[in-house]
Design a protein around this ligand. Structure first.
Ligand SMILES: NC(=O)c1ccc[n+]([C@@H]2O[C@H](COP(=O)([O-])OP(=O)(O)OC[C@H]3O[C@@H](n4cnc5c(N)ncnc54)[C@H](OP(=O)(O)O)[C@@H]3O)[C@@H](O)[C@H]2O)c1
Length: 258
């Protein structure tokens, strides 16, 4: 109906940078994009894992996104080589299950550094570069991975949920600001995906899907040109409904269900 972004139907002319490509959804996305002939650059902290998966398939740039030094080094390298990718997927996140009362303040701040603050380091550098080096035939594209946990407060989501809500907010505000610079911004909001991140959960996760399926749905979403790609639909539509309830009704309902 209303398309916010230019649909991405052909990946063969894109240079895609997947940040968080050593595991989970990012790894599956890189594998799917390789099959679609995208040129790939991959990053994460674990260089050994990246070498195992991508030694002859992608350019490997190990980086801890929470390290200013790493981010500056990688960015300088890309600019000097004139090989700044035109499309970025941002996935880094760490998760620790548990409630507010059991939070360790120092560990929590470290997680928030990765999950939120680091986004404000690389992202502005990339989009500044993009806005001063416009493309002729296509749009630049930055895709933020957030979560259905971003929509409304959930019990035991504490710092992780708050970081996802902030990323979803940043996705919207950056979309509004950067559209006129020919930069598309999209938001991916998955439900439960079977990865290292969710294996810490002790509860049964409804509609748990494979990383491969999550990657397929992500690419399908980008093909549609919609700002947000959310899945699985049975869960995301329920979350969207909960999101429009008056807040006191929502809180009461959640207290009863808990
Ligand atoms: N799994 C789910 O159910 C689910 C649901 C909703 C949303 N999501 C979102 O999807 C994204 C990916 O999650 P996932 O489940 O695929 O997690 P995952 O399997 O743990 O993968 C996370 C990726 O991020 C990288 N990473 C973590 N910290 C980093 C750092 N400081 N610097 C650079 N890279 C870092 C990891 O690599 P290294 O450890 O090698 O650095 C890894 O490649 C996250 O944004 C998450 O919030 C996941």
């Amino acid at each position: 109906m209303f398309r916010s972004n230019t649909p991405i139907t052909d990946w063969s002319d894109r240079h895609v940078w997947i940040i968080g490509a050593s595991e989970g959804i990012g790894l599956a996305l890189a594998q799917a994009l390789k099959l679609q002939k995208a040129q790939l650059t991959v990053s994460a902290r674990n260089e050994k894992r990246l070498q195992q998966e991508f030694s002859d398939k992608a350019r490997i740039l190990p980086m801890d996104v929470s390290s200013n030094e790493d981010v500056s080094k990688v960015m300088d390298f890309l600019v000097q080589q004139e090989t700044v990718p035109d499309t970025v997927f941002w996935l880094p996140a760490v998760y620790h299950p548990g409630g507010i009362l059991s939070l360790d303040p120092e560990a929590t701040q470290q997680r928030l550094h990765t999950n939120l603050l680091s986004a404000f380091n690389l992202f502005p550098r990339i989009v500044r570069y993009w806005s001063s080096n416009p493309l002729i035939k296509k749009q630049y594209h930055w895709s933020w991975f957030s979560s259905l946990a971003a929509y409304r407060g959930l019990p035991n989501a504490s710092d992780y949920g708050a970081s996802r809500a902030a990323i979803s907010h940043l996705a919207q505000s950056s979309h509004l600001e950067l559209k006129r610079h020919n930069i598309d911004i999209s938001l991916i909001s998955p439900g439960f995906v079977n990865t290292r991140l969710t294996e810490k959960n002790e509860f049964k996760m409804p509609l748990l899907m494979s990383p491969k399926r999550a990657a397929q749905l992500t690419l399908k979403g980008l093909k549609s040109g919609n700002f947000e790609t959310h899945f699985p639909k049975r869960m995301s539509l329920l979350f969207k409904f909960l999101n429009i309830l008056p807040i006191d009704l929502y809180l009461k309902l959640m207290r009863v269900l808990k």
